[in-house]
Every structure is written in structure tokens, then in C-alpha cells.
Design a protein around this ligand. Sequence first.
Ligand code: EPZ
Length: 419
Amino acid sequence: MSKLILQGGRRLSGEIFVQGAKNSALPLLAATILGDSVSEIHNCPDLSDVDASINILQYLGCGISRSNNTVVVDPRGMFRYDIPDNLMREMRSSIVFLGAIVAKTGRARISFPGGCELGPRPIDLHLSSLRQLGVIIEEDHGYLDCRCEGRLKGAHITLSFPSVGATENIMLAAATAEGTTIISNPAREPEISDLADYLNSCGARIHGAGESTMYIEGVEKLSGTAHQVIPDRIAATTFMSAAAITGGSLVLREIVPSHLGPVIPVMEEMGCDIKVQGHELKITAPPRLKRVKIIRTLPYPGFPTDAQAPIMSLASVADGTSVFVENIFENRYKHVGELLRLGAKIKVEGRVAVVEGVPRLSGATVCAMDLRGGAALVIAGIAAEGITEVDGLHHIDRGYERIEETLNSIGAKITRVNE
Ligand code: EPZ
């Protein structure tokens, strides 16, 4: 296991090029199997979740070559349609392969993705949507056995909740279905639009991505293409938070400011000055942040649940009391117990967390329990007095490229220790 040792109390400033979006790269890699030729995915972040997706592509029989942040996938050698338990367990969001595999091969057999740190992570919306497209799904001893007779058929699917993964599964299954699929109440995250852009570049006919109704006109076949992954809006928020908690300043390059729409007003309410120009954003923080009255996590374009933990670290040292309501996941306050060890004053009651800002946190040994909670602990440790150790680094490495190198490049003092 490896851990980070942070020396707190240093003001961060400088500039960062934000990595490609993890939550875009993962469905994009799954989508490459739909094409009848090679795809090049550029600006693909170097993460363990991306490694897990590549392992699945190679197991399915695809050719892979990878250099720096480009992954080249040749799906023409694909000969399997199953994902074994060990590969599914590496990353539960591999469920997004289901729609692509069954659309490509007419079969799919994957082990039921377990829950994760955030809660049970049901997939009922995925399964009911795929059934509406003509997929026959049997649940058998922990496996999902799927098949379809001939091509999938377009359908009008209404999602009771705008699930990101379910929307992606529908897009991947419907792109080559017979007829048109309409999705009412789809997820509208930027990663959904990025997937639609990739698929359309492969010959798909998808309209309305990012809006309240999406139209997918099925086509006979798709080619491969070259595609650049959008910047990671959650990584951007994380690094803005790291600078803000130290009263620092940071320039983010190569971002899409509109993707930070729900986050910027929150950081401005906390006293930060944020200037946006083209694909650049500059944030300058006050010596001490102010509290944020209330944050409710919501589907995009609402405040992102993935930013809840990093912003809670800011609230922990802000002047005043902040209220958080986590509406998306059942169990997304696991970082609270660890923030308390650093001296934070937080009360959790169900989906509500009340954070009473303290003047200063003090260093301690803490443990990351999930990806974004782990990032929140790094942010808090950067500001805490003295030394903080963050264990459970494998959670953080799922979503951040060498997080300590990025933060050290703007003035942090963090060492990775491999035990
Ligand atoms: C994606 O997860 C992201 N992961 C998550 O990011 C992100 O937090 C989430 O969307 C919300 O934005 C990836 O893109 C790989 P959902 P996903 O389906 O698709 C319930 C991170 O830190 N639900 O929109 O799993 C579900 O239980 C990760 O980068 C059902 O009830 O999210 C949850 O409460 C964490 N039935 C809510 O919907 C279903 O069939 C949101 O889930 C599917 C979901």
C-alpha cells in the first residue's frame, strides 16, 4: 500500500494543465468496440480506472497501444463477449461495457457489478432500458446473461432518474439499433456530450446530448475515429480547492469553463475571485474563506456530487457554518470521520452535513475511503498545521494522475511513500 505525507501550511500558486476527464474516458473506451476500425483516444488520463478499462478491452480481444495520453484501440480482433468477475471487480463502472458488447456481438455476460464505497450502486435503470431496446437479460448466480435476436430495436425510454451510466449504456446500445431511440430525462453531464461527439464522429446520429431529450437515430455500422477527451471538471475543482484552502492563486489551462458552471458561484460565495478567459481560469483566494450557506448536490447542471467532498474541506476552515445536502449517493460522507481527525467540526444527519468552520486544522494520519473523499483529505492536509499522512492511495490514483506531482508543481510539499 502507498501513502502520501503532506507538510501543511504552504500557500499554493502557479498554473496547471488539467488532465482529461476520467468519467469521459471510461465510456469512450467502451464505445471503441462498436467501430469496425481503429480509434485513437487523445488526452486520455493515466489512471488505474483507465488501466482497468484497457484490461477489459484486451480481454475482449481488442488490440491496444498506448503512448503518453493517447490510447489506440483496434476492435477488429474482438472475439469475446464476457467480462469475468475479477475484471468487473476492478472497476464497477465497467457496467458501461454492457450496452456496447451486446450491440456489437448480440451477446454479453458480465458479473453483477457489486456496490462500492458510495453505496449499493443499483443498475435497475441500466437493465430496464436495455430490455426496452430488445435485450433479453437473465440474472444467473451473480452474472448477467444478455442476448438479442438480430439488431436491437429503437425505443422511447424515460429515465426516472437522469443516471449517467444508464444514459451511456442506452447511447452505446442504441447507436446501431434499428430505428430511433428517444431518451426522456437523460443525464446532461458534459461527459455525455463528449460521448455523443465521439459516436457521431464514428458515424452515429445523436442529437440533443446535454438537453432534456436525446434522439438517437440508429445506423447500420460505425467506424473508428480520433477523439480528444474533454478536460476533467472534477479534477479542475479539486485543484482550485487546493489553492483556495491555502489562500493561494492558481491558473488552470485547457479547461472548459462552462463545465464548471455549478462550482464557480460556490467558490465565489466563499470569497474567491475567479476570472475566466477562453480556456483559461484564474482563481485568487482570500486569506480566509467564507462559509457557503447551502450546497445541494444535483444532476448536471446542478452542483456535482463529485465536488461535495473537496468543497467540504474548504468549508471546514471557512469563517462560519456551511450546510451540505447529498442528494445523489446514499453513503458519500465517509470523508467526514477523517476530517474530524484533522480537527474539523462536522455533524452528519442522514443526507445533511453541517460544517462549522474552524480557524485551522491540525495534521494527523487519515485514510481515504473513496476517490473524491480521498482528494478532500489531501486538500485538508495541505492546509493543516504540521504533517498529515493520507493512506488508501489506491482510491485517489483511480481518478487523479500522480496527484502529489501536480500539487507539488504549485508549491505543495507532498511525498509518496510506497510501503
Ligand atoms: C457517474 O456514476 C460517475 N462515474 C460518478 O463519478 C458520478 O458521481 C455520478 O455519475 C453522478 O454524476 C462515472 O462516470 C464512471 P448515476 P454513475 O448512474 O453512472 C442511482 C467519481 O468520483 N442509480 O448517475 O454510477 C445511483 O444509485 C464517480 O468520479 C439507480 O438507482 O452515477 C445513484 O444514487 C463517483 N439505478 C444515482 O442514481 C441505476 O440503474 C446516480 O447514479 C443507476 C443509478
